[in-house]
Design a protein around this ligand. Structure first.
Ligand SMILES: [Zn+2]
Length: 235
């Protein structure tokens, strides 16, 4: 079920206060038009009725795409992310979600709007988000070799309007470059690691760079395994 709530927004341009609908929960089979409105970010855009200026409004939501058995929960706080994670993993609370597990739902928790849009772009393009994270891990390594001064590096997947898969690199919060995702490198990695992986739906609810470090550790299957070959050069 889609759930919206009206909040008051004070326009940063003219200081006038107006109502704005935020979506706590989006169900795309119930409200199919929301599918595009999330992807083009218009669901996160407040247009002031007084001065006409647009302001981006960030808020968390539960995104549910039942037709593809997919849920992405965007937690606006770490507490909320932890809470949802525990509900999904705690033996006693898990039973509340048994119908989702029975239906083999793909469930992910993300911590930013960019990560929400990234997951949707990945799943729309039928990529495995874990392989994209591994790809990003190697790309970051290559980037750091060329830019040893870079502090915090974040890489986000997106598709161009023509459907070309791309990766945007942010260094210390600044967008510093865009590179196309090389599909043959992607399938190389998939061939190398796919066999070692759990099914996407049975893997962690949180798939990010921490997931990659966990995957590269022997604890991934909670049993000793042979060390993985963790080096790869992306061409
Ligand atoms: Zn205004």
């Amino acid at each position: 079920m889609s759930i919206q709530r009206e909040v008051k927004i004070t326009c940063p341009h003219c200081d006038a206060e107006s109502p704005f609908n935020i979506w706590l929960s989006v169900n795309t089979s119930q409200d199919p038009d929301l599918k595009d409105k999330i992807r083009d970010r218009s669901l996160f855009e407040f247009e002031c009725p007084y001065c006409g200026e647009k302001t981006a409004i960030d808020y968390g939501m539960l995104y549910h795409q039942p037709e593809d058995k997919m849920i992405v929960h965007y937690a606006i706080t770490q507490e909320n992310a932890d809470e949802v994670y525990h509900m999904l993993t705690d033996e006693d609370k898990r039973s509340a979600f048994s119908s989702l597990f029975d239906q083999n739902y793909l469930i992910r928790i993300v911590r930013s709007r960019n990560q929400l849009l990234e997951k949707l772009a990945e799943f729309d393009a039928k990529y495995d988000d874990r392989m994209i994270e591994i790809y990003k891990y190697h790309l970051e390594k290559a980037y750091r070799e060329e830019h040893p001064e870079a502090g915090n590096v974040e890489i986000l997947f997106f598709s161009t309007p023509e459907g070309e898969p791309m990766l945007q690199i942010f260094a210390d919060g600044e967008a510093t470059g865009v590179v196309p995702l090389n599909n043959s490198s992607y399938y190389d990695l998939l061939q190398r690691h796919g066999i070692e992986m759990k099914p996407m739906q049975e893997d962690s609810f949180i798939v990010n760079q921490d997931w990659v470090n966990e995957f590269f550790s022997p604890e991934y299957y909670e049993k000793p395994s042979k060390p993985k070959n963790t080096s790869y050069e992306i061409n």
